[in-house]
Design a protein around this ligand. Structure first.
Ligand SMILES: *Cc1c(COP(=O)(O)O)cnc(C)c1O
Length: 442
């Protein structure tokens, strides 16, 4: 029930136009070519795994709203934690001051990752930027010349300049190509259920990594176990373990970009734990606040932190954002972590819930390369001609699935499910049924 006052307030605002299928004249949408994309739907509310539009339709949010929504939309426990915090302290400058919610989330995440120092920023890209800056300055502070950064082919680390530089160079960042710093690339030996030759593909990648590391290297950055935006490309755990041990031997720092994989997405709280590795730096965002508020953190080892201390001002990490450690974000993060810690079995057991459906789906001749880790399942549409992001088959599936009440957002011909943890068995089944039905009409 909306109370009288808020109803009146809503009525005094100019009503948004009901008309579906038109672009708003004042909005510049992200990642969208308005000349060819379909105009967006207007969402009025969200509850659990569901989104409700103003045209009366209900959609299962099968991709957690760009991979952020962790426990479900409008989760009451997180909502009230934010509301409570907003009435106590909404924001305070985080130099000269700290506050209890920041202290609490720092202590908890440090304990859970075994990395003692936590640096706050605003989103996944900035969490990666900070990790890269820390890694480069760490070697300068230690008076060691190590200039090379190594990243993986197909990687995505965000849309700011440093994050673009370490990501795969493609059409998305082509206009800035000349402004991006050089990065050495190593192949990413993607794995799926019936993949053959995986050993040799992995070995080739490891050889390339070893030979690249002969150059003095500041850091190697990777998305542990699964490259997200690059096409839900999963690798075997042992490959990541091998990478980590080779990197360690070289002395370079290992940065785990867990912006997507963190907070249970890969079946353990962090993917690096599932892979059995110990990164020196970890970037987190997306699910950090349960998907309620934008916030990023970069965790670093105590050894790295200590290299930044001393009387020489040049040793300092001169980096910070206006909203560093925003109390509302910290309150949401603490509440989200409470929920994860209360029921770890939800993310630990998610893989088997996917597995039954994906096994059945994998028999469909229209799909190839099924794969699964934790809460994320993916496959590819068998397409004629060019695969990858620009293939249209995925957008056809997207339109068809929407008619069955399921919101998907394929990456080219890669279709994936990355639902919030709260999704019910019936809703998950609905997602796979929608995919099956769409495949029939494809
Ligand atoms: C989404 C993502 C980012 C960027 O995060 P933003 O919050 O969108 O800036 C970085 N790394 C990975 C692995 C991601 O999935």
């Amino acid at each position: 029930m909306i109370n009288k006052q808020s109803q009146n307030m809503q009525n005094s605002d100019p009503l948004p136009q009901k008309n579906q299928g038109e672009w708003h004249p004042n909005l510049w949408p992200p990642f969208t070519q308005v000349a060819i994309a379909n105009p967006p739907n207007r969402v009025i509310s969200g509850k659990g795994a569901l989104l409700y539009t103003d045209s009366g339709s209900t959609l299962v949010d099968a991709i957690s709203s760009w991979w952020v929504t962790l426990h479900g939309h409008s989760h009451p426990y997180i909502s009230s934690a934010i509301a409570k915090q907003a009435c106590e302290l909404e924001q305070v400058i985080f130099a000269d001051f700290i506050h209890p919610q920041a202290e609490k989330i720092a202590a908890r995440l440090s304990k859970l990752t075994n990395l003692d120092r936590l640096f706050f920023s605003d989103n996944g890209s900035t969490a990666v930027e900070v990790a890269l800056k820390i890694a480069c300055q760490f070697w300068q502070n230690n008076c060691e010349r190590r200039n090379q950064i190594i990243a993986f082919e197909g990687a995505y680390h965000g849309d700011t300049f440093g994050a673009m530089a370490v990501g795969e160079r493609n059409l998305f960042n082509a206009p800035f190509e000349e402004m991006l710093f050089p990065v050495t690339r190593v192949p990413w030996p993607a794995y799926w259920w019936d993949k053959d030759n995986i050993d040799s593909t992995e070995n080739q990648a490891l050889e390339k990594l070893k030979s690249s590391l002969k150059q003095p290297t500041a850091a190697v950055i990777l998305e542990p176990l699964i490259q997200g935006a690059g096409g839900m490309r999963m690798v075997r755990r042992d490959f990541i373990k091998e990478v980590a041990s080779i990197v360690k031997e070289s002395g370079a720092l290992l940065i785990a970009d867990e912006v997507l994989t963190g907070f249970g997405r890969c079946g353990k709280l962090f993917a690096f734990q599932r892979a059995g590795i110990k990164p020196d730096l970890v970037a987190l965002s997306k699910g950090l606040t349960g998907g309620f508020l934008p916030m990023g953190v970069t965790l670093a080892s105590e050894e790295i932190f200590q290299s930044f201390t001393g009387p020489d001002p040049q040793r300092t990490l001169w980096h910070g954002h206006s909203f560093t450690a925003n109390p509302l974000g910290c309150a949401a993060a603490n509440a989200s972590l409470d929920l994860l810690e209360a029921s770890p079995e939800i993310y630990e057991n998610f893989e088997s819930r996917h597995a039954v459906h994906l096994q059945a789906l994998s028999k469909n001749p229209k799909i190839i390369k099924p794969r699964l880790i934790g809460t994320i399942s993916a496959f590819e549409l068998k397409v004629e001609g060019k695969s990858g992001y620009w293939n249209q088959a995925g957008s056809v599936i997207k339109q068809l699935a929407k008619k069955s009440g399921v919101f998907l957002r394929p990456l080219g011909n890669v279709v994936y499910l990355l639902p919030p943890l709260c999704i019910t068995d019936e809703q998950l089944e609905q997602c796979y049924q929608a995919i099956n039905r769409s495949l029939e009409s494809l």
